[in-house]
Design a binder for this molecule. Structure first.
Ligand code: ATP
Length: 225
């Protein structure tokens, strides 16, 4: 019997972090009885061409957003690593740091549906559990490789996530907050205030760095919107 509860890993570009991320992380930390939730901003995401805010800005926003919540931890290993940030490499590195702990990789349903495109995605299941957070408008797959994976690995028991170190898929409904970083960036680029979509310290950093206003403005100037 393990005496330490699982560690949650919440990866994302966090460009910027918002209450959709934070509420999901908080609800899952409580529901799954996680010791901690590690926020892991992606350094150089392979599935996306470019981030708008740079890695240091995104890291600073995640730190500002999570500072006051016990159990929320920021892990900057993907940002510190050179080259592409593959989740499988990140999980190998975490597994090396925590050989005996249960690791729960948190993904939104939208991200889960794209899992077969991830580098060495099947290997991920040997390294961690997968916890899928429901997002508005997305449904669990019932066919194809993910449908099969759910039949093989799906569980409705939180205790399974505590009793094994890796290998299960658990789907959990979270409070539906229809906020996305893309919409937040558009709103800021349009000169509107993102208040109540994110914690005030994040809003203050965005204001201070001008990271979204300037990049979006430059794109609009170039007619790439
Ligand atoms: P973008 O709009 O730029 O794609 P995003 O808002 O989806 O960004 P990411 O940083 O890509 O944010 O997301 C990190 C993780 O958080 C992903 O697993 C994603 O599914 C999840 N997530 C994002 N927004 C929400 C939300 N409103 N509710 C629940 N989960 C969310």
């Amino acid at each position: 019997m393990r005496n330490m509860n699982p560690i949650g890993i919440f990866g994302g570009t966090f460009d910027p972090i918002h209450y959709g991320h934070l509420r999901t992380a908080f609800e899952l930390m409580q529901a799954l009885r996680l010791t901690e939730m590690r926020f892991m901003p992606a350094g150089n995401p392979p599935h996306r061409d470019i981030t708008v805010a740079n890695a240091e800005e995104r890291l600073a926003m995640v730190q500002a957003a999570t500072r006051d919540q016990p159990g929320f931890v920021v892990d900057d290993r993907e940002i510190r690593r050179e080259g592409l940030s593959y989740s499988v490499d990140t999980m190998r590195s975490l597994r090396a740091d925590f050989p005996d702990r249960s690791l729960c990789l948190i993904v939104g349903m939208d991200a889960f549906l794209g899992l077969p495109k991830w580098h060495e995605w099947r290997e991920l299941m040997n390294l961690a559990h997968l916890v899928v957070a429901h997002r508005p408008g997305w449904r669990a797959p019932s066919m194809g490789p993910l449908g099969e994976l759910l039949v093989d690995r799906g569980t409705g028991r939180i205790n399974d996530l505590h009793e094994a170190r890796a290998g299960c898929i658990y789907i959990h409904a979270v409070t539906q907050l229809e906020i996305s970083s893309t919409e937040v960036r558009k709103l800021i680029a349009a000169g509107r205030d993102p208040r109540y979509l994110m914690p005030d310290p994040v809003r203050a950093l965005i204001e201070e760095t001008g990271c979204y206003r300037s990049a979006e403005f430059a794109r609009m100037q170039l007619g790439q919107k």
